[in-house]
Design a protein around this ligand. Structure first.
Ligand SMILES: *Cc1c(COP(=O)(O)O)cnc(C)c1O
Length: 372
């Protein structure tokens, strides 16, 4: 039997191959290979989909975070609060932008714990915290009501890291339209993925969007004249053409992810020692990952591998324990107890929209067998 992979970006291409190939041909024939009309069309279509006034495309999700932080006007020595349980890119971006990360523990939904943020905002040095980056991890929104209330009370800017949650909602609003500004990764395996590196920033602030369009290209307002010091992080029309096709199918793809998650919930919900994902009331989860917990994670992983079921660990180490950041990056006053307790148990099951119903049933049967 063929192995069911944990994720399958090629299947995402093949599902829309004719449309994507036509988009690529159009971009190549256009004769314009950086920026231009195709990128502008993607920005308009993405903003309309996200529910923000503006979208600014760039080279990666990491760059989207860096540009957004620069756009918020952070200065050297400023601190930015975020989680340790995230893709390292979130923390790397804070340092690349010249600020200092302060790492905060998570709640039972794997996202920034508002109570731990509140404690950090009362601790010594808190006045240097100028912004907070909630990460909507695995496809589930962070506790934005409480985080926004704390941010307003303490004068912090809120940058949403939406890299794993394109289309997740809280009430009637999509994430990315809730904080001051939002960064999305369009890495191939994300819910909306290019066929290469790409990222996009969403904001309602038109002045900010103009500033970001300058910052992503050397700070140019006028060609060859830098009004301020910027960087190079541009999207190319090839990726924009591909993303315009993928964006049309994103809502259907997310609905398929949710249907797979419902089947997993039903098939795996009552097994001994296996914990399926909890969903925050009033939020919708778009299941970038379907993450279970098990005390013998490595044993379970081995048994599933032998049965032809691909899994992955997101992530093997929290950022504060990785060599580059260990002992250097300040941790909030409540510590990392939840992060360090949950992380050794997390396992991501196969999750991508092109999984067949038969694939889903096979994963359920093998997980049931593997947990015994
Ligand atoms: C993928 C990801 C990023 C970085 O995106 P790249 O496009 O790989 O630079 C940032 N934050 C989170 C939470 C991610 O999952």
């Amino acid at each position: 039997m063929q192995t069911i992979p944990q994720t399958d970006p090629k299947a995402g291409y093949l599902a829309h191959k004719a449309e994507i190939d036509a988009g690529i041909a159009r971009a190549l024939d256009g004769g314009w290979y950086i920026g231009g009309a195709e990128v502008q069309a993607f920005e308009r279509e993405f903003a309309a989909w996200a529910g923000t006034a503006e979208a600014v495309a760039c080279g990666s999700g990491t760059d989207a975070l860096v540009l957004a932080l620069k756009g918020l006007g952070l200065r050297p020595g400023d601190r930015v609060a975020t989680v340790s349980h995230t893709a390292v890119a979130t923390v790397a971006a804070i340092e690349i932008a010249g600020a200092e990360p302060v790492l905060i523990d998570i709640d039972e939904f794997y996202c920034l714990d508002p109570a731990a943020l509140e404690a950090a905002l009362k601790a010594p040095g808190a006045t240097r915290i100028r912004a907070v980056i909630p990460v909507h991890l695995y496809g589930q929104p962070a506790a934005m009501d409480r985080i926004l209330a704390l941010a307003r009370a303490h004068g912090l800017k809120v940058l949403e890291d939406c890299a794993q949650a394109h289309g997740a909602t809280i009430g009637a609003k999509k994430i990315g339209a809730i904080g001051d500004i939002a960064a999305f990764s369009l890495y191939p395996t994300k819910n909306l993925g290019a066929l290469g590196d790409a990222g996009v920033i969403a904001t309602d602030d038109r002045g900010m969007a103009e500033r970001l369009r300058a910052l992503r290209e050397y700070g140019w307002r006028e060609r060859y004249i830098s009004a301020e010091a910027g960087m190079n992080s541009r999207l190319d029309p090839l990726q924009a053409a591909i993303l315009r096709v993928k964006l049309k199918h994103l809502d259907a793809d997310n609905a398929r992810r949710q249907a797979i998650a419902r089947a997993y919930d039903e098939g795996l919900g009552n097994l001994p020692r296996l914990i399926t994902p909890a969903v925050r009331p009033t939020a919708t989860h778009v299941y970038h990952q379907y993450v279970v917990r098990h005390p013998d994670r490595e044993g379970l992983r081995e048994r599933l591998k032998a049965a032809g079921i691909g899994t992955n660990v997101h992530y093997p180490a929290p950022v504060h324990l990785q060599p580059a950041y260990q002992g250097r990056t300040p941790i909030g006053p409540t510590g990392m107890a939840v992060t360090e307790r949950l992380l050794p148990q997390v396992l991501s099951l196969p999750m991508y929209p092109q999984m067949t119903d038969a694939d889903v049933l096979r994963v359920i049967a093998e997980v049931r067998r593997a947990v015994g």
